[in-house]
Write a protein that binds this ligand. Structure first.
Ligand code: MG
Length: 203
């Protein structure tokens, strides 16, 4: 399976990192070794001193697709979850300066904790989902999927132009404003609407 992640899909987050609002979706990938499941702890890596959380709605794909038309892209995902796109911000800044790829800042082991997935028909409208992240009981990020720059369907269509999507692939759909650092001992809890979906500690 593959993990895709969309950068800068919420205007308020693009602005907080002084990035231009994109005209086309921008994505990168994480390997399957980035996954952390079942609320297992995340181990703070020793190569960064500025590890950031980014809470994101995650789509699970349900079909093989190549160059999927945006009109039909809603048929290609059937489950929704929530995850953290952990980012070594200090390393990412150096990569950006040098024009290098982001893998060492974004794709390292454990960089993608994800919740269980829920069938999308359990939600009234996946294009108007509230989600938020609490750290140590305080809400640090909250968003609504109505505020994305590129819809889930546009993202699937765009990615599949370049890379065939397959059943079980995941797409992290971008983070709203409010990203920031975590430290060892922090307790992260991510919610879709008011349902606690993801609940783990940084060790
Ligand atoms: Mg992200």
């Amino acid at each position: 399976m593959k993990i895709f992640a969309i950068g800068r899909n919420y205007i308020d987050h693009a602005k907080e990192l002084n990035n231009p609002v994109p005209a086309e979706p921008m994505f990168f990938m994480k390997p399957d070794t980035a996954l952390v499941k079942h609320n297992k702890p995340f181990f703070y890596p020793d190569f960064t001193e500025d590890l950031h959380y980014e809470v994101e709605i995650v789509l699970k794909l349900s079909k093989v697709g190549k160059s999927v038309d945006e009109k039909f892209a809603h048929r290609y995902y059937n489950e929704i979850g929530i995850g953290i796109d952990f980012t070594a911000r200090d390393i990412q800044s150096k990569c950006k300066e040098k024009g290098n790829p982001w893998e060492i800042a974004k794709a390292f082991d454990g960089s993608a904790p994800v919740s269980e997935f829920i069938p999308r028909e359990k939600f009234e409208d996946v294009h108007q989902l509230n989600f938020h992240l609490d750290i140590n009981g305080v809400t640090v990020q909250s968003g609504n999927t109505r505020d994305v720059i590129f819809s889930f369907e546009r993202i699937i269509s765009y990615i599949s132009k370049y890379i065939t999507v397959k059943m079980g692939d995941l797409i992290f759909t971008g983070t709203p404003a409010g990203v920031g650092p975590v430290k060892i001992g922090d307790h992260l809890q991510a919610y879709i609407e008011d349902v606690l979906m993801l609940d783990f500690y940084v060790r």
